[in-house]
Design a protein around this ligand. Structure first.
Ligand SMILES: [Fe+2]
Ligand SMILES: [Fe+2]
Length: 209
């Protein structure tokens, strides 16, 4: 039903654009890029806050994971911003945001919920619109983000399992691809599976002693 509505909007919008001979990026994708920029920017700041809190609560490796993941969200926000190119001017941005600073376990659950929303609902809808309208740059930026968010769900879930047992996350090293935001813990041996750049293009975060 939701996708049917998107399809109707896209067809209508495409028709309007074609009538005017406009081949620039669709207004729906421009709006989606702005919303995704808002969401990723806030996730970046939220993870920095939750990372600092985790370290203070006695989970320094969880803190490091949050800080590394905050950097991945920054990569996504920058990618989306760059795709907006000459869309100059102010805009009100509507984007989902989680709040709260209670326990590291709850913060991790909040992070998992946010990532799942992006993977299951937000980015698939944005990708469908960009794909149907042939907005290749936006499509790449959305695809990079959604693939990285999947890795964030896995990492945050492993960290939450540890914290709920009263111990720190067992990985003190996290790597983030500086091109697409792909994130992994432990050893870095292979090129990025998403955007294919080499290991030299990753930024590494290690828990401070
Ligand atoms: Fe994420
Ligand atoms: Fe990558």
């Amino acid at each position: 039903m939701f996708m049917d509505s998107i399809g109707v909007c896209i067809r209508l919008h495409t028709k309007i654009h074609n009538m005017g001979g406009d081949i620039t990026m669709s207004s729906m994708t421009i709006s989606n890029l702005k919303s995704a920029f808002g969401g990723e920017s806030m996730a970046h700041m939220r993870y920095l806050a939750w990372g600092e809190f985790a370290a203070k609560e006695g989970f320094p490796n969880v803190g490091n994971l949050f800080i590394a993941t905050a950097y991945a969200e920054q990569i996504h926000a920058h990618n989306h911003f760059r795709e907006l190119k000459n869309e100059v001017g102010d805009a009100d941005v509507t984007a989902g945001a989680g709040f709260g600073l209670t326990t590291t376990s709850e913060n991790l659950q909040g992070a998992i919920n946010g990532e799942k929303h992006e993977v299951d609902q937000m980015y698939p809808a944005f990708i469908a619109v960009a794909e149907m309208q042939g907005n290749k740059g936006a499509l790449r930026s959305f695809n990079y983000a959604v693939e990285a968010e999947k890795t964030h769900i896995t990492l945050f879930s492993a960290a939450k399992d540890a914290v709920d047992k009263g111990v720190d996350y067992d990985q003190n090293t996290v790597h983030v691809c500086t091109v697409c935001g792909h994130t992994l813990a432990g050893d870095l041996t292979d090129p990025c599976p998403v955007c294919k750049v080499g290991v030299n293009m990753f930024k590494t975060f290690v828990t401070e002693k």
